[in-house]
Design a protein around this ligand. Structure first.
Ligand code: XIL
Length: 452
């Protein structure tokens, strides 16, 4: 008697998926039923941090195999795990995670080559040149061991200070010299040229002093040719999310790096499902946001004990937050900027010619049905620029929803954008970029640029 109703429910589910498949064939809807498959509709991944010690738990691996198409080792590729004594490497846990990922056909994110926490004891007591050499050897050895198998490495984790300084965090790594981060990225590139190389940090969920410090580092790396491909936003969130979460991702993407949500978890509370959906929609709206990783599977797997911050409850049941993420992924699927056949992914706009002094502006649009992201390049002419304002007219029906790396006046019709503190000065012949997102259709005409 108890089995019969279950059979009926299953039949309904099968019927629903047959129906969905039929709708997909005529191209009007494309709802996938797992996180990984729905993220894949726009070329993105949806991953989880996993622990080797839990892979014998069938509830855990059942969810993992069903839902996710990327994995990150929660601890197994950290320095203390991979080089427990100096020069002696242990890859057993890391290899276990790698083979799990490979068996799923999933991406494997490497986490993390250098971090001031979970350093092995021998490294904690080192300093100076000896430590710098040990750090570089560690990066080279581990990246070489996993060469060709890692989608993206967190080369450096959590190197910036919290609070208002926007500067580096003190650590024995930092005390080996400020160039330790770029040295690590160069060593990682040399060891595994195919892995994307990321900088990863937390408390970077909006435009703030810490995220701006990282932004400036990435900008400097790009300007000087230091290899960096991506920035990871851990996104360990409480009961709210900054309103500029998406525009913060976008300003990094505008520097020419991918962005990834790398360790998402959200305190349980009234807003949990909404915050998860907001993060998901933000990633989907940024063409260079390549995927999302949650930091664990069930609440009972989370490092945030008692906060129930994940998508599955202790028994492995889907929570409301799961449904809101899945719905957000499916809602964006066919109209996503990355896959839009009419626009394609954002490529930077070309530098406009600027004769004499003054400045010029040009816009590249990444549009989808009902919205767009505009990247505006502001170029100096033959003289350096100190302060600029870009003006343009939005088409009727278009309103700005967010602006990054500039301050706007107006949100509809005639609008203007003024430089912010860090991008007002442009060298002669150089350029900077800012961006905005809006509803409706983006501006077609070339914007006007004024110096001063
Ligand atoms: C955490 C793990 O989840 C715990 O199991 C471990 O005891 C401590 O580290 N930022 C990071 C992750 O980059 O590596 C951390 O993971 C969580 C915070």
């Amino acid at each position: 008697m108890t089995i019969r109703p279950r059979f009926v429910v299953l039949s309904a589910a099968v019927a629903a998926s047959v129906l969905a498949a039929g709708i997909t064939m005529i191209g009007t809807a494309d709802a996938a039923s797992t996180l990984g498959a729905s993220a894949a509709q726009s070329g993105r991944y949806f991953g989880a941090a996993i622990a080797a010690g839990k892979l014998s738990n069938s509830t855990y691996t059942g969810i993992l195999n069903r839902e996710f198409n990327s994995v990150t080792p929660e601890n197994e590729m950290k320095w203390d795990a991979t080089e427990p004594s100096q020069g002696s490497f242990n890859y057993s846990g890391g290899d276990r995670i790698l083979s799990q990922g490979q068996s799923m056909g999933a991406k494997v994110r490497g986490h993390a080559l250098l971090w001031y926490q979970q350093e092995p004891g021998w490294a904690q007591s080192m300093s100076g040149t000896a430590l710098r050499n040990a750090m570089m050897n560690h990066v080279t050895q581990v990246a070489t061991h996993y060469k060709g198998k890692i989608y993206a490495w967190d080369v450096v984790n959590e190197a910036f200070a919290d609070g208002g300084s926007g500067g580096r965090r003190d650590s024995n790594l930092q005390r080996t010299g400020n160039d330790w981060i770029e040295a690590a990225f160069k060593a990682a590139r040399a060891a595994d040229p195919n892995a994307k190389l990321c900088y990863n940090d937390y408390n970077t969920d909006g435009v703030n002093a810490k995220s701006t410090g990282i932004y400036n580092m990435v900008k400097d790396f790009k300007a000087r040719g230091v290899p960096i491909d991506c920035v990871g936003f851990q996104s360990h969130l409480g009961t709210s999310i900054p309103g500029d979460y998406q525009s913060n991702l976008q300003r990094f993407a505008a520097l020419g790096v991918d962005v990834q949500i790398t360790e998402l978890d959200v305190a349980q509370g009234g807003n949990q499902a909404n915050i998860y959906a907001t993060v998901t929609r933000a990633c989907l709206a940024v063409s260079r946001c390549t995927g999302i990783t949650v930091w664990g599977i069930r609440d009972s797997d989370s490092w945030r004990t008692g906060e129930n911050p994940l998508l599955f409850d202790n028994s492995g049941n889907k929570k409301a937050a799961y449904t809101s993420v899945l719905n957000a992924l499916n809602a964006a699927g066919p109209t996503n900027p990355t896959t839009s056949p009419t626009t394609g992914p954002t490529t930077g706009p070309t530098t406009p010619p600027a004769g004499g002094g003054g400045c010029t502006a040009s816009t590249s649009l990444n549009s989808w049905n009902g919205g767009y992201v505009a990247t505006v390049r502001v170029a100096a002419g033959a003289s350096a620029v100190n302060g600029w304002t870009v003006s343009l007219t939005l088409p009727s029906g278009s309103a700005l929803t967010s602006v990054w790396s500039a301050t706007n006046t107006g949100t509809t019709g005639a609008v203007s954008f003024r430089n912010v503190s860090y991008n007002g000065q442009i060298a002669a012949g150089g350029y900077t970029e800012f961006g905005f997102q809006g509803t409706g259709t983006g501006p077609a005409a070339t914007p006007a640029c004024q110096v001063g």
